[in-house]
Design a protein around this ligand. Structure first.
Ligand SMILES: Cc1cc2nc3c(=O)[nH]c(=O)nc-3n(C[C@H](O)[C@H](O)[C@H](O)COP(=O)(O)OP(=O)(O)OC[C@H]3O[C@@H](n4cnc5c(N)ncnc54)[C@H](O)[C@@H]3O)c2cc1C
Length: 347
């Protein structure tokens, strides 16, 4: 493995979430980066990272991970502010918050919530706690949810505004002399030290689902989200609702925008949202807060999460090539820490 400081040129296949986080980290070290991206600037990004709600939810996602991965998520929540503060210094600010999130259930699903929370607290590593909220505490944290009688507060959880992150990271990277951003370039071959025949000191494959020919157990998991504008609804942190089929969340963004997600379906179909998903997501959101009745639907997006056989993230180090993939439902939760880990392995 080379010393990281000896790398002068790095090629990255895929300017999605991981590719961008990686590129931002590399240019901070003064390394020249060439990014290959199949999308063009004139269309909305196809990356799963653009569709994502940007939730940072190590507690709520603990059922899907072990203690090490939980710590990786906590590490990312420490790293995001460093990266975003640096972006803000370059005049490319992105909204970020980590004031915790709420999880609640309607009466019919209360037993499911208790079961979920029992399992979660059982798996929680030492030193971390969640808080069961009564009606008074709910009113204190989220006054507009005062009609709910029971909820849990999951500390440090938060969110990155993924739409802003995509817009601002692209602006920053395209204006950097250390970056060669090649859009409209569908990479055919990622090999040791080479992308489509062009040589680099090191190469990273960050193509998400686009790396299927090289990663045999890679699959897509369909997810659908709504963007709603609801200026009369005032929620200040992400709220999750226990639901028999999905983990439904409401993620507040700036100016009364809310991202509502997400379905999870074992399919690589990227066609528009189904009637069933839209009924379930919208009725769930309306049942959490009746103010959503007058919300305006401004967008509905469908995408596929890149997932591996074990649903865990993977860093594969070869000579002259690192593959980072399988971030599944946790791209925002893991990407800064997984990039840190991949670069530490190089160093
Ligand atoms: C509906 C939904 C909601 C989600 N919500 C969350 C959430 O709240 N929190 C969270 O942590 N995670 C969430 N995720 C997961 C997260 O989006 C993914 O884990 C993450 O985007 C994976 O990052 P990636 O860079 O590997 O892939 P992507 O973000 O998909 O990026 C891959 C990039 O590679 C490009 N590419 C592909 N093939 C080629 C090629 N041959 N040549 C050149 N470029 C290529 C693509 O165009 C794309 O830009 C969600 C995902 C979905 C779908």
């Amino acid at each position: 493995m080379p010393d990281l400081s000896s790398l002068k040129t790095v090629g990255i296949a895929g300017a999605g979430l991981v590719g961008r986080v990686l590129a931002l980290n590399l240019i901070q070290r003064g390394i020249h980066v060439t990014l290959y991206e199949k999308d063009s600037a004139n269309t909305p990004p196809n990356a799963a990272g653009y569709t994502a709600a940007g939730m940072l939810a190590p507690f709520a996602e603990l059922e899907l991970m072990d203690a090490d991965l939980f710590q990786l998520g906590v590490r990312s929540i420490e790293l995001w502010p460093n990266l975003l503060n640096w972006m803000a210094e370059q005049d490319c600010a992105v909204d970020f918050q980590h004031r915790g999130s709420l999880i609640l259930a309607h009466n019919n699903d209360r037993a499911d919530l208790h079961h979920f929370m029992r399992q979660l607290t059982h798996k929680l590593p030492d030193g971390y706690q969640v808080e069961q909220l009564n009606n008074a505490r709910i009113s204190e944290l989220e006054p507009e949810l005062a009609h709910h009688h029971q909820a849990w507060w999951l500390p440090i959880e938060g969110q990155v505004d993924s739409t802003q992150f995509f817009a601002q990271s692209e602006r920053l990277l395209k204006n950097q002399w250390l970056v060669d951003w090649r859009e409209n370039q569908t990479v055919e071959k990622v090999e040791n030290h080479q992308i489509d025949g062009q040589a680099f000191d090191w190469v990273f494959d960050c193509r998400g689902l686009g790396a299927k020919t090289d990663i045999k157990d890679l699959r897509g998991v369909r997810g659908e989200v709504f963007w709603l504008d609801a200026r009369e609804v005032k929620l200040s942190r992400p709220v999750r609702l226990m639901h028999p089929r999905y983990r439904i969340y409401i993620v507040p963004r700036a100016d009364g925008r809310y991202v509502i997600g997400a379905s999870e379906i074992e399919s690589e179909d990227r066609s528009p949202m189904s009637v069933r998903s839209s009924l379930e997501l919208l009725s769930a959101v309306y049942s959490v807060h009746p103010g959503f009745a007058e919300a305006r639907i401004v967008n509905q997006l469908t995408n596929c999460r890149p997932a591996l056989g074990d649903n865990l993230p993977r860093i594969e180090q070869l000579d002259g090539l690192t593959r980072i993939n399988g971030l599944y439902r946790h791209g925002y939760l893991f990407s800064p820490a997984i990039v840190e880990k991949a670069l530490a392995q190089l160093a």
